[in-house]
Design a protein around this ligand. Structure first.
Ligand code: AHM
Ligand code: MG
Length: 333
């Protein structure tokens, strides 16, 4: 048989890190397990009353949990059991979450997650995703973990990835040696390598932004949006607008097909909407690993931003390198 499961791939790739003791491999395996559980919950969500708002009670009298809470709890459970992680930070929690597993205090790693990104799409059966990133802790293993362990720039990232719950469930990740994608085969319950060594095209025909906000965009960006529709016809045809409103799904499509994703500052969100730690850094890392670019829209690399707050937001322009350059050219002008 010629399939490679995620578990087999992780073990094979451990060779790339000669001093590795297997902790990161085990951690990645635990993330794979959490992803499978969340995928199962997402797939049956409409049948088991876990769509919609948290706070209601189901027919059995049990609390109905929102999918993003299930996602959060699943990660906390999987990473606590694993023992490689001393703390987690989640888009769902204001503060970092020290993990209280038997081995957690001496765990070398911290993990940031957005357990269910694109939440507005949950109730309408449109793709959503999970985003994760892994850092080596700064404090001594065995001591109390602090927010500083989590607030690290993306250029110190050990690994990041996402799971997209789409027409099939896929897990895509990188440990800094390229990007690989795995599709969940429900018949055997395994993620199987389906997209080895993903490289994003240098250019493409897709732009992804919430154009409903365009009235609040900078003049430069408005001009870019006019150019993609009109002037750009010189290049053959206008670009296609594609915006799902689930960053993971928008990102995944653009990664494979080529495109640019833009979430700039708006009046409502003067620093942009997307969170540095939970959304922008992990995706920027994957973009760069696939040969693309991710900036704040002014040439500054997302991975070089020194985080100040856990839930800090930043503007982002990311995707095919030539397309990012073009957006920046307009934004500078
Ligand atoms: P969420 O973390 O609350 O789900 O919000 C993040 C999502 C991203 O997935 C998506 O790119 C963006 O919000 C869409 O925002 P908007 O509706 O403002 O375009
Ligand atoms: Mg999110």
């Amino acid at each position: 048989m010629s399939i490679t499961t995620l578990g087999q791939f992780i073990i094979e790739k451990q060779k790339d890190f000669p001093f590795a003791k297997g902790e990161l491999s085990r951690l990645l395996r635990d993330i794979g397990i959490a992803a499978k559980i969340i995928s199962r919950e997402v797939n049956k969500a409409g049948l088991t009353q876990i769509l919609g708002d948290h706070g209601s009670v189901n027919v059995q009298g049990e609390d109905v949990k929102k999918l993003d809470i299930i996602g959060n709890e699943t990660f906390i459970w999987a990473l606590t059991k694993g023992g490689e992680v001393c703390a987690m930070a989640s888009e769902e929690n204001d503060e970092i979450i020290p993990l209280d597993g038997v081995y957690s205090k001496s765990g070398k790693y911290v993990v940031c997650i957005d357990p269910l990104d694109g939440s507005s799409n949950i109730d309408v059966n449109v793709s959503i995703g999970t985003i994760f990133s892994i850092y080596r802790r700064i404090s001594e293993p065995g001591t109390d973990v602090t927010e500083k362990d989590v607030l690290q720039a993306g250029n110190r990232l050990v690994a990041s990835g996402y799971v997209v719950y789409g027409t099939s469930t896929m897990l895509v990740y990188s440990t800094g040696k390229g990007v690989n994608g795995f599709t969940l085969d429900p018949s055997i319950g395994e993620f199987c390598l389906s997209h080895p060594d993903i490289k994003t095209p240098k250019t493409g025909k897709i732009y992804s932004t919430n154009e409903g906000n365009a009235g609040e965009y900078s003049e430069g960006l408005k001009n870019y949006l006019a150019w993609v529709k009109e002037t750009n016809k010189e290049e053959g045809r206008p670009y296609s607008a594609r915006y799902i409103g689930s960053m993971v799904a928008d990102f995944h499509r653009n990664l494979l097909k080529g495109g640019v994703f833009i979430y700039p500052p708006t009046a409502k969100a003067p620093n942009g909407k997307l969170r540095l730690m939970f959304e922008c850094i992990p995706m920027a890392f994957l973009t760069e690993q696939a040969g693309g670019k991710a900036t704040l829209g002014n040439g500054f690399r997302v991975l070089d931003v020194e985080p100040e707050k856990l839930h800090q937001r930043v503007p982002i322009v990311m995707g095919s390198s030539e397309m990012v350059d073009k957006v920046e050219e307009f934004m500078k002008a």
